[in-house]
Design a protein around this ligand. Structure first.
Ligand code: KG4
Ligand code: ZN
Length: 341
């Protein structure tokens, strides 16, 4: 018996992603994005994203099927992001998935987007080791997951208490006058600056926070510290050393993310670390993670960036694992959950 063919749909934010996965093999991954429409507003506008998903959905499904050389009737299961994410965009994806499930008479699986960011790694680097750690960092989430079985046994050890890492970069980008999204611009500027020029705070690393928040993150205090520092420069009539600010800020974020993640690996006796989510494009994080993982003897897996940003392959990959684990399908009246744990 061939392994089941799973069609995955992702619409939690601005990307309309559709992919076909059989077992751990990706047949095709089609993505359309409405980011160009949001960039001029300086943030994602949910209504605009929902409308774009509605327009892109059928062409993206058709494209994935045709590029994978698969007929819709061959699909064995439909997997769709059920949360977390923006309610309007999630609803468009869920409606399309329900329609396909009913039309095809095939089961529907509601998928957790954050776990999907970790699951997609299997399509690139092969099956997970017995126990692995996953750091999922993007504009919407910063979570540390202990993965014993990607389909059935994932524990969230910690997450951000306020801003996600990418969100903090975008907000600091705004205050430095950079275009939206600011993350990649700060990354580029930071490579020209001195990461030790300014000592910005490392949130939730003080001894008093360790007991309750050993693996949680907080970036809003850091963002405020950057804002104050920039204001104090402006008040004194000095030019803001943008590259040094970017480098020192990026170093603070990378330092906290990698230090807490490696501490979690040590505490749970894990020697494989997966990093996923759009923020894993960040070069300061990549460099620091590579260096610290090498020192700690941890095997670091970061997939190519197109599988780190939101895509359908991550949902099809986790859907495929869930189907193979024999978990029951979702009910057709499944709702979406914008703050799914
Ligand atoms: O996963 P993603 O495409 O969408 C979300 O689910 O959020 O991640 C986008 C986020 C944005 O906040 C963006 O600024 C940030 O990731 N980002 C970066 C870099 N590339 C993308 N942040 C810092 N450095 C980068 N190179
Ligand atoms: Zn995401």
């Amino acid at each position: 018996m061939p392994e089941p063919l799973v069609l995955g749909i992702e619409t939690s934010c601005d990307e309309t992603g559709v992919a076909l996965v059989r077992g751990d093999t990706l047949l095709f991954d089609a993505v359309a994005s409405s980011m160009d429409e949001h960039a001029r507003y300086g943030g994602i506008i949910p209504e605009v994203a929902s409308r774009a998903h509605l327009e892109a959905m059928t062409p993206t499904i058709r494209r994935a099927l045709s590029e994978a050389d698969v007929d819709l009737s061959e699909v064995d299961a439909v997997a769709v992001t059920a949360g977390p994410g923006l309610v309007g965009p999630l609803t468009i994806g869920a409606s399309a998935a329900k329609a396909l499930s009913i039309g095809l008479g095939k089961p529907l699986y509601g998928i957790n987007h954050v776990i999907g960011h970790a699951a997609v790694n299997q399509l690139v680097d092969g099956p997970f080791t017995e126990r692995s750690m996953a750091l999922v960092v993007s504009g919407g989430h910063s979570s540390l997951l202990l993965v014993d079985d990607i389909a059935t046994d994932v524990t969230e050890l910690g997450s951000t208490l306020d801003d996600a890492a990418g969100e903090a970069f975008d907000k600091v980008g705004r205050l430095l006058g950079l275009p939206y999204p600011g993350g990649p611009h700060i990354d580029r500027l930071a490579r020209e600056g001195d990461p030790e020029a300014i000592r910005f705070p490392r949130g939730l690393t003080a001894r008093k926070d360790q007991a309750r928040h050993a693996y949680d993150f907080s970036f809003s205090g850091l963002k405020t510290a950057v804002a104050r520092w920039v204001e104090s420069c402006q008040d004194a009539g000095k030019e803001v050393p943008v590259a040094d600010v970017a480098a020192s800020f990026a170093a603070a974020v990378a330092d906290v993310l990698t230090a807490k993640t490696i501490a979690a690996c040590r505490a749970h006796d894990v020697d494989t670390l997966i990093i996923g989510g759009g923020f894993s494009a960040n070069s300061q994080l990549r460099d620091m993670a590579a260096e610290r993982c090498a020192e700690a003897g941890i095997d670091l897996r970061i997939p190519p960036i197109r599988y780190c940003t939101d895509n359908g392959a991550m949902i099809a990959a986790l859907g495929s694992a869930v189907v193979r684990a024999g978990l029951p399908p979702s009910d057709l009246d499944i709702a979406v959950d914008s703050s799914m744990p």
